[in-house]
Structure formats: structure tokens, C-alpha cells
Design a protein around this ligand. Structure first.
Ligand code: GDP
Ligand code: MG
Length: 161
């Protein structure tokens, strides 16, 4: 049997507006499972302004920065580590373009099209590259053991081949 494609990890956020709506948040968990992502770890957090400014530091100085930090500190939100082959690009594709009005035109089935409210309140985050995913997973899950996870992937592949 050929080795199965290597799994990858990404960091997903279900932002505060959607987390507050349990019915919709549960529907989103359904989308995640239907699209073959495994939820490896999951936690619910409430950020201080300092936390939000640290995570979104790359956007400091942009016109939407204060709005973004205000939104992200407005309530609890879910952080998830998702696993799947090509998890990073598949999750970005599933959530769709950053701006929900654009998502509704160009990716009408995407989660931001279905659940996003405005350019700021777009309901989802996804890591954009391998290094970013690792950094963001460490930010939210400092206790997560990458080495062990990688070892388990290698073991799984060896057992199957
Ligand atoms: P992402 O990687 O698709 O989340 O987009 P970015 O990294 O560029 O931006 C981070 C977050 O800032 C987005 O998810 C939005 O919540 C917010 N944001 C980005 N661009 C805009 C914008 O043009 N206007 C507003 N109001 N918010 C934005
Ligand atoms: Mg981004």
C-alpha cells in the first residue's frame, strides 16, 4: 500500500461573534468534520488587549488594527489545532477570502461567506504558511508536543506501508 499523504497541522480560530452563537458554532464544527479535518486540540479563551496586540502585531499601524483588537477582545473564542494533509491551504480555502462581501461573490460556499459579518468581523482565522502555523500553534498551545506528533505520523506511515 502506498504511504498515505503526510498530515499537516494548522491553527484555526473561531472568532468571538461566532463562538457566542452556539448553534452556528456547532454547525461550523460539523463543516470541519465533513471536510475531513481532525481536531487535535481545542481550547476556549478570552483575550486581553495585550494578547490581541501581540498576536496581530504584523497589522499594527493599519487602519483596521484597533477595530480588529477590539473585536478579538469582545468575548470568548475557540482556538483549534486542525490536522489533515494540506491542512494549511485546505483550511484557508474552506474559510474563504478575508472580506466576507468578497467571499460571497468569489467563494459562496466558504465559511466566511456563510457566517462572516463584516471586513473586521469575519469570524475565522487560519495560518497562512508552515512556519506561521507552527508559531501560531505555539502561541495558543505552548504545551503541544510537536516532536511527539511528528513521531506518531512517521510510525503510522511505517505500520501502513
Ligand atoms: P486573514 O489572514 O485572512 O485573517 O487576513 P489578514 O491577516 O490580512 O488580517 C487579519 C484580520 O484583520 C482579518 O481576518 C480581519 O479580521 C481584519 N482585516 C483584514 N483586512 C481588513 C480590512 O481591510 N478591513 C477591516 N475592517 N478589517 C480587516
Ligand atoms: Mg493573516
Amino acid at each position: 500500500m502506498p504511504p498515505r499523504p503526510l498530515a499537516q497541522l494548522t491553527l484555526a480560530l473561531i472568532k468571538p461573534d461566532l463562538t457566542a452563537n452556539r448553534l452556528k458554532a456547532n454547525r461550523v464544527l460539523g463543516h470541519i468534520q465533513q471536510n475531513d479535518f481532525t481536531i487535535v486540540e481545542r481550547k476556549t479563551l478570552l483575550w486581553s488587549k495585550t494578547d490581541a496586540e501581540a498576536f496581530y502585531g504584523e497589522h499594527r499601524g493599519k487602519f483596521f488594527f484597533e477595530r480588529l483588537c477590539g473585536y478579538m477582545t469582545s468575548g470568548h473564542f475557540h482556538a483549534l489545532i486542525l490536522e489533515k494533509p494540506n491542512a494549511i491551504s485546505d483550511w484557508r480555502a474552506l474559510i474563504g477570502p478575508t472580506h466576507p462581501p468578497r467571499a460571497r461573490i468569489h467563494a459562496s460556499d466558504s465559511l466566511r461567506s456563510l457566517y462572516g459579518m463584516t471586513d473586521t468581523r469575519n469570524s475565522f482565522h487560519g495560518s497562512d504558511a508552515v512556519e506561521t502555523a507552527k508559531k501560531e500553534i505555539r502561541f495558543f498551545f505552548p504545551e503541544f508536543d510537536f516532536e511527539r506528533w511528528e513521531q506518531e505520523q512517521r510510525k503510522g506511515n511505517t505500520l501502513e506501508s
